[in-house]
Design a protein around this ligand. Sequence first.
Ligand SMILES: [Zn+2]
Ligand SMILES: [Zn+2]
Length: 269
Amino acid sequence: MNNYICSTCGVQYDATEDNPLECKICMDDRQYVPSTGQKWTTLHNLKQDGYTNEFVEVEPNLIAIKTKPQVGIGQTAYLMKTPEGNVLWDCITYIDEDTVQRIQDMGGLKAIAISHPHYYSAICEWAEIFNCPIYIHESDQEWTTRKSDHYVFWKEKSLRINSSIELINLGGHFKGSSVLLWKSDTNPEGVLLVGDTILMVPDSGWVSFMYSYPNRIPLSPNVIKNIRGMIIKYEFNRLYDAFGKSILEDGKGSVIKSADRYLKYIEIE
Ligand SMILES: [Zn+2]
Ligand SMILES: [Zn+2]
């Protein structure tokens, strides 16, 4: 029996004798199956192939973790050091002894929080190793690909998971798409980790929001208005997305003006 991993999105499935026939995440309109067809791998195979996880401290107490070379979509996970323990925002598929040791040396993980199904990766594997809960918005429960006792499916529009971290369900890309607000005495301006609920674009200081990024499917004006209406209630300065991009000044202003720009163009007749 193997926990097969979809090579395109990097999401791991419940153990089966043979690989699953299809990946439900990639069959969805928001993802794609490559023209070369559905391919599967396992964590064991990835370990044989010499992958490694790179840790970079992007600001005090915030560590970006990324697999080299790229696995699946190639997202970055972020580890936040808080007085109540470390929290991992989003997750990556690859995990090896070196990764476990480095995180244990920093005090392990108290919780994993996930923005949306594209980053479900190997969450159950990570949660078992660090014996911690996985916070996922209930609206996206149907997209989970492994059974686990570690899931905490939250229903609210926002959920505080410790004194400095709050999850906010903005919706859009997925119904459960969420962002993480990290704010404390040592970090009073606030950092927003956005997954790809909000995505940085090449135009510096601007972001966008989409139903599907690879297939270029936009969101409706009402959904953008909802996202704008939710996010305007929160204060934050810096933004980090899932692909190593950031906005380091006036992040809130960037999100609001980008929502307004989106609405301006999508509502043109
Ligand atoms: Zn997939
Ligand atoms: Zn996505």
